[in-house]
Design a protein around this ligand. Sequence first.
Ligand SMILES: *[C@@H]1O[C@H](CO)[C@@H](O)[C@H](O)[C@H]1NC(C)=O
Ligand SMILES: *[C@@H]1O[C@H](CO)[C@@H](O)[C@H](O)[C@H]1NC(C)=O
Ligand SMILES: *[C@@H]1O[C@H](CO)[C@@H](O)[C@H](O)[C@H]1NC(C)=O
Ligand SMILES: *[C@@H]1O[C@H](CO)[C@@H](O)[C@H](O)[C@H]1NC(C)=O
Ligand SMILES: *[C@@H]1O[C@H](CO)[C@@H](O)[C@H](O)[C@H]1NC(C)=O
Length: 467
Amino acid sequence: MAFLRKAAHALLALSLVGRTVTPVAAITLDPTNSDSIKSAAKIVAKDLMGYYATGSTGAVLSGIPGLLTYPPYYWWEAGAMFGQMVEYWYYTGDDTYNDIVSAGMQNQVGVARDFMPANQSKDEGNDDQLFWAFAVMSATEVGFPNPAADKPQWLALAQSVFNQLTTRWDTSLCAGGLPWQIYTWNQGYNYKNTAANGGLFQLGARLAKYTGNQTYADWANKAYDWLASSPLITADLQVYDGSNSLQNCTDADRLQWSYNYGIMIGGAAYMYNYTNGSTIWQTRLTGFLTHAESVFFPTAYGSQTMVEVACEVTQKCDVDQWSFKAYLARWMAISAQIAPFTAAKITPLLQASAKAAATQCNGGTDGTECGSRWFQDTCDGNVGVGQSMSALSVIQANLIASAKAPLSADTGGTSKGNPAAGTGGNEGSAKTGLSEITTADKAGAGIVTTLALIAVLGGGWFLVSGD
Ligand SMILES: *[C@@H]1O[C@H](CO)[C@@H](O)[C@H](O)[C@H]1NC(C)=O
Ligand SMILES: *[C@@H]1O[C@H](CO)[C@@H](O)[C@H](O)[C@H]1NC(C)=O
Ligand SMILES: *[C@@H]1O[C@H](CO)[C@@H](O)[C@H](O)[C@H]1NC(C)=O
Ligand SMILES: *[C@@H]1O[C@H](CO)[C@@H](O)[C@H](O)[C@H]1NC(C)=O
Ligand SMILES: *[C@@H]1O[C@H](CO)[C@@H](O)[C@H](O)[C@H]1NC(C)=O
C-alpha cells in the first residue's frame, strides 16, 4: 500500500470530510452479546459493500468486478475489503455477499493466477499483492465456499503469491529483505518495509500452519530474522515502517502504523501456534502486543479505544491509512484465538473499541455511516471504505471467542493447493505489464512519490518514535 506513493490522495480523503452529517440512527452494540454483534456487523457490512456494488448482487460501481472506484480507492484496498468480507461470513454466517465477494476475487487473479493482473502489475507493490493473498488465505482457513473446479482455488492462489515473493528476496542490499515495490522502476523499490517483509512472514506462518509444510515456516523465520536484524524491528519489539536500502538499511523511518503491528501480531500468533506454544514466539508476540497497546490505545483517549495515532487526530490519514485499524483489530482477534494466552489482554481492548466505533456510526444519509474517530460520540463525517472496514473489523472481531478455529489441511480444510503455483516463469501477466510500461508511467510514478513525500515530511505529522 504504497502509502508514500499514494499519500497524494490524502487530499481526496480530506475532501470527504465536509460531507454533511445528520446524526439520527447510530448503532447500538453490546460486545458481549453475539446477536447484538451480528446485527451491528450486518449494518456496517451493508454500508461498506455500498461502496462496491448496488445491493447484494447488483452492479459493481467501478464497472469491473474486483475493483473499487478509483480514484480514490487503489486496487489493493479492494483485496483487503474482500478479506474482511470473507471473515464477515465466517463470523456471522451471513452469506448475503459471498457471491460478489468470490467473483470479485476471482476476476483479479490475472492470467497467471497470481494476483498480478495486467491492469495493475506494472505499479504493484509486494504489499499490494499480499493483501489479496491474505484474503484468499482467510478463505482457505475459514472454509469459504470453493470456486468451481476449473477456476483458481484459494489455497493455490495464496501459494502462488508466496512462491513469487520468495523469488524477489534481495540480498544485494541490506543483507536480505523484500523491496516494497516489485519493479525497479517504481520509486519505492529502494524502500524495504515491514508490510512486505512482515507480510511474507505472516503468509509463510499461515501456510505452514495450514499445510504442515515446514518450508513455509522456514521462510517465515527467515523473513522474521531479517526484520529483527534490521532497524525495522527494535530489540524491544517496536515496529517501524521502512528503511532506505540505498543506505543499506542503517536506519528506519520511525512511523508506527497499526497495520504493521497487526501483520506482526498475526504472524507471531500463527508461529506460536505452529510451534505448539514455543517460548520464543510467546515472547515476541507479547512484545508486539505490549507496544501495540501503548501506542494505539493511548491514555489520552481512555486507554482502550484504538486510534491511528500517526494521522487520525489531525485527520491527515490518506485513503489507504483510514483502513489500517481494520488489520490490527483483525489480527488481534486471531491472536486471542490461536494464542489463547493473549486473550485476557486483547478482549477488553476489542470490546471497548467496538463499542466506541459503533457509537459513532451515526453519519451519512442512512444515519449508520461510520467515521474515523472512534473516541468521539458522533460520526466525524470522515467516511469511506477504510473507515467502514475498520469499524466492521473491530465489531465482528468480538465474535472470536465462539468462532471455529482456522481449518488446516488435516482438520477439514478443503481448498485445493498447488505447491508449485506461481513458479516456472509463468508470471505472464507481469510480463504483459512490463511491456506496457512507458516513459510517462515511470515519470508519473516518480512525481506522485515526490508529492507524497512532501506531504508526509511537511505535514507536521505526529511521529511516534521509540525515544
Ligand atoms: C482491465 O482494464 C480494461 C480497460 O479498462 C477493462 O476492460 C478490464 O475489465 C480490466 N480488467 C480487470 C481484470 O480489471
Ligand atoms: C550492509 O548491511 C549488512 C547487514 O547489516 C552488512 O552485512 C553489509 O556488510 C553492509 N554492506 C555495506 C556495503 O555496508
Ligand atoms: C506440535 O505437536 C504436534 C502433535 O504433538 C506434532 O506432531 C508437531 O510435530 C509439533 N510441532 C512442532 C513444530 O513441534
Ligand atoms: C492453537 O490454536 C488452536 C485453535 O484455536 C487452540 O485450540 C490451541 O490451543 C492453540 N495452541 C496453542 C499452543 O496455544
Ligand atoms: C512444501 O513447500 C515447498 C515450497 O513451496 C514446496 O517446494 C514443496 O514441494 C512442498 N512440499 C510438499 C510435500 O508439498
